[in-house]
Design a protein around this ligand. Structure first.
Ligand code: 5GP
Length: 207
């Protein structure tokens, strides 16, 4: 998909919380020798333990977020689990200008906006092996309260319904296998991907 002749582009990644998307993205970026970077979004969500302003997100107030919205500073933005999140136009433009492909780790609403407004993008939706596995991962990573986990799980069916709209649906079962598949999708022009198989996996999850 990526080659030296084409202009740098956007790679949209979405997944239900706990599907393992962040760890996969981290590996894709660190294996990319600098030609893929992750966009750092702005959010009004409170900072979690271990997160850093400017590295994980730009943590800003509602007032600041609304000001940026009014100034048309976002490529897309959405309200996710009660907080605002947005992709900063200036951040992405700077990377593309320097021929760096940009990963957008965004929710399904944000993808819907990108899909209708930006032609040059590739979209990947990561699915977990089962809803139970998702719940186990959310509980064991210990980042969110019980209430937040409930909210996130409640949203999963809605998120999964969007998955069919993405170019690729990838099952994250074994981390290394998933990473290999992502690497092929991103770098191998001849990679044969069978969407039908993964749509069937998706249907199982929706049942
Ligand atoms: P978290 O709070 O766990 O970091 O992220 C919650 C959700 O917000 C995830 O699904 C993540 O992909 C999404 N998200 C993060 N940044 C953005 C953004 O800039 N725009 C949109 N639309 N969603 C985002």
């Amino acid at each position: 998909m990526l080659n030296n002749k084409t202009k740098a582009r956007l790679i949209v990644f979405s997944a239900p919380s706990g599907a393992g998307k962040s760890s996969l993205i981290k590996e894709v970026v660190s294996n990319s020798s600098g030609n893929i970077d992750l966009s750092i979004s702005a959010t009004t969500r409170p900072q979690r333990n271990g997160e850093e302003h400017g590295r994980d997100y730009f943590f800003i107030s509602d007032e600041e977020f609304n000001k940026l919205k009014d100034q048309n500073s976002f490529i897309e933005y959405a309200n996710v689990y009660g907080y605002q999140y947005g992709t900063l136009k200036s951040f992405v433009d700077e990377k593309i200008k320097n021929d760096i492909n940009v990963i957008l780790d965004i929710d399904v609403q944000g993808f819907d906006l990108i899909r209708s407004s930006i032609k040059e993008h590739v979209s990947i939706f990561i699915i977990p092996p089962s809803i139970m596995e998702l719940e186990n991962r959310l509980v064991s990573r210990g980042l969110d309260s019980e209430e937040v986990i409930k909210k996130r799980l409640k949203n999963v069916q809605t998120e999964l319904k969007y998955a069919e709209l993405y170019d690729y649906i990838i099952l994250n079962d074994q981390f290394e296998n998933t990473l290999n598949e992502l690497t092929s999708i991103i770098y191998d022009k001849n990679y044969k991907y069978d969407k039908k198989i993964n749509i069937n996996l998706l249907k199982d999850l929706l049942d």
